[in-house]
Design a protein around this ligand. Structure first.
Ligand SMILES: CCCCCCCC/C=C\CCCCCCCC(=O)SCCNC(=O)CCNC(=O)[C@H](O)C(C)(C)COP(=O)(O)OP(=O)(O)OC[C@H]1O[C@@H](n2cnc3c(N)ncnc32)[C@H](O)[C@@H]1OP(=O)(O)O
Length: 213
């Protein structure tokens, strides 16, 4: 049986040689991408990175059902985080749901924003599930920037179990896209935006992220 494909197959023999060239995955930095230095405003290595929004499902301390993930800034453009798989995160019996693991990877990759001092949202996230992750396991996540090209931020992450040097259970590659504050104020549900704007701490944090893509 044929798997899903992005476009119908071209008739045989109709392809030009250039069209047959294997394209780079969209999460791989293109030629011309750079690896910038840590932003001057980046938190010092070892700093516990705060939540970008208290009610975030990934990192919000005020989200009782959320993952409440906390990440720590690395020496370069990298972060580490630990995620403990709870019974409420099950997919198969006693095993983590893949989508929950992806959320933990997405959130950790998102904290790289702090080191670049840029607000960016996930455009594309590719994941490989390498081995099953049991309930009660701690997923030791490391994420790092692989390149920046215009507004596009390329990054990768891996999650290991049994310790920070244990076997890899999940790998991810991502493309984040830098956005302005209006991305949130234009698209978010108005009552939540209003509450967020009324919180001077959050507003200050958000303005500090203001970029000029
Ligand atoms: C007062 C309130 C304040 C509250 C806020 C506090 C501060 C927050 C700070 C930090 C937040 C961090 C949050 C982390 C949370 C974890 C991460 C998430 O889960 S984020 C949620 C999931 N993601 C989305 O909802 C994106 C939905 N998509 C979009 O909004 C757009 O599609 C967006 C912004 C991604 C791009 O849209 P365009 O119109 O701005 O730009 P275009 O021109 O389309 O793309 C720019 C470049 O990126 C490529 N691109 C875009 N999407 C791509 C894709 N899927 N695959 C490959 N390339 C893609 C394009 O080809 C283009 O490339 P070329 O410059 O031409 O080379």
């Amino acid at each position: 049986m044929n798997g899903p494909s992005a476009s119908p197959p071209a008739p045989q023999g109709s392809e030009e040689p250039a069209a047959r060239a294997v394209a780079l995955p969209p999460t791989t930095p293109p030629a011309g991408a750079v690896l910038p230095p840590r932003a001057p405003e980046a938190p010092a290595p070892g700093t516990l990175l705060g939540s970008h929004y208290d009610h975030c499902f990934g990192c919000g301390p005020q989200h009782p059902q959320g993952l409440q993930l906390t990440a720590v800034a690395g020496e370069g453009l990298d972060v580490t985080a630990e995620f403990t798989v709870r019974p409420s995160h099950q997919g198969g019996p006693g095993l983590a749901h893949g989508g929950v693991l992806v959320t933990a990877m997405d959130e950790t990759l998102g904290t790289l924003n702090w080191l670049l001092h840029a607000a960016a949202v996930t455009g594309r996230l590719e994941t490989d599930f390498v081995r099953p992750v049991p309930v009660d396991a701690v997923l030791h996540i490391r994420a790092w920037v692989t390149g920046v090209h215009g507004r596009k931020i390329y990054s990768a992450a891996e999650g290991r179990i049994g310790g920070p040097d244990g076997p890899v259970a999940i790998r991810a590659q991502a493309l984040f896209v830098q956005v302005k504050l209006e991305h949130f104020t234009t698209h978010g549900r108005p009552e939540d935006i209003k509450k967020a704007m009324d919180d001077p701490d959050l507003f200050k944090r958000a303005r500090a992220f203001e970029v000029n893509p």
